[in-house]
Design a binder for this molecule. Structure first.
Ligand code: ZN
Length: 274
């Protein structure tokens, strides 16, 4: 969930968990905070797009929205950071199901599953946070927005879920950056292509387009999100569904459902990068 007024921090790219191939110089975040880290991408690695590794050589950033502990660090989370042409709060707490299953945890699980699938296809996957922890916060939207820029990532997907209380509200929507001169005019066109690909992947995966937002076509374009505005690589935000919808909440909180969302994201990335 992204509140209209919200966003940013500095330079953080982490691989999620152990054994991230082709990534070096990763420094995990300091306990209790959002620390910077550096990542170098080994572009000299041999590229083999044959034999079921169609994404070999591709660098993909996954941004699981909202650290789990954000609500425990209100001062840090409300600090204003760059969102591109404006300043916004560092981040928000995200939403949850009616039973309290957090968006932060849902998107983390989806990102981990997607990472496994993408790596199996040969891609290198970078994360914007290395933990899902109640004792940590961040990174802010500016860090998320800049993630992948210095690595020249091929695509970046920010993963979220919405929290609408509107009756019967359900379905996904994909948010691409509107073209803002000096900020996103260089990535608006490829990001729109990425958005169409992600919408296709989610549709093929059986997920319905949102019936309560984005005009019914599952696509939205926004100029107010630092996560998108600060990117120099093609990027979109996906709101995978409505956590306040009982049927979608069931799917989002189950392992099989999380894997299905991940497959849909990976399918979308495959359409864009293939
Ligand atoms: Zn969110």
């Amino acid at each position: 969930m992204l509140l209209r007024p919200a966003v940013v921090l500095t330079s953080l790219l982490l691989t999620a968990g152990p054994a991230a191939a082709k990534v070096v110089s990763v420094r995990p975040p300091a306990s209790g905070g959002s620390a910077g880290a550096s990542v170098e991408v080994d572009r000299a690695a041999p590229v083999d797009r044959s034999a079921g590794r169609p994404l070999a050589g591709k660098v993909i950033v996954l941004d699981p929205g909202h650290q789990l502990g954000n609500s425990r660090f209100p001062r840090q989370i409300n600090t204003l950071v760059s969102a591109g042409p404006s300043r916004k709060p560092c981040n928000t707490t995200g939403t949850a199901t009616n039973a309290g299953y957090p968006e932060a945890t849902f998107v983390w699980k989806v990102a981990l599953a997607a990472r496994r699938q993408l790596e199996a296809q040969g891609a290198q996957v970078l994360f914007t946070r290395g933990t899902n922890s109640r004792s940590q916060w961040g990174p802010c939207v500016d860090v998320r927005g800049r993630a992948g820029n210095s690595e020249g990532a091929d695509a970046k997907v920010s993963i979220h879920a919405d929290g609408s209380h509107a009756r019967g509200a359900r379905g996904f929507h994909v948010i691409a950056p509107a073209s803002v001169r000096g900020w996103t005019d260089d990535i608006a066109a490829p990001s729109r292509s990425l958005a169409l690909a992600m919408r296709g992947g989610l549709g093929t995966g059986g997920f319905p387009r949102a019936n309560y937002i984005a005009g019914g076509d599952g696509l939205d374009f926004r100029s107010d999100l630092g996560t998108l505005n600060l990117s120099d690589v093609p990027t979109v935000m996906v709101e995978l569904g409505n956590m306040r919808n009982a049927a979608e909440a069931r799917r989002m909180t189950r392992r099989a459902g999380q894997a299905a969302y991940a497959r849909a994201l990976v399918a979308g990335l495959g359409r864009f990068l293939g």
